[in-house]
Design a protein around this ligand. Sequence first.
Ligand SMILES: [Zn+2]
Length: 120
Amino acid sequence: MDQENLEYCRGSLQKQLDELIGEAIKTVDGMTNSKDTFPDPTDRAALETDRNFLLRIRDRERKLIEKIKEALDRIDGSTFGICEVCGKEIGEERLKVRPVTTLCIDCKKKQEAKEKARGL
Ligand SMILES: [Zn+2]
């Protein structure tokens, strides 16, 4: 991957990271502010459901944040764009669309087929 594409991927990773962290802060703020503002039991139940939802989002966000940081590390370490399974270069178009990916399209397909077979 040439420098221009590498910087493009770095830029889009950094943007995604900023957005995710912004969202995560909003989620935490929302949970703090909504404390004890739903005294009705029905509303409280709705809030509990909502909190679980927010927690799940945060978990997913956290995992994605880690993935993005790893991808940025790979850009700095010059291993970005190399498939971690077969060691071949991942297609540039695939990386531009999904820069956090660590697998080439062939390995990704194999992995998905395996997961499907295991019923995941
Ligand atoms: Zn591969």
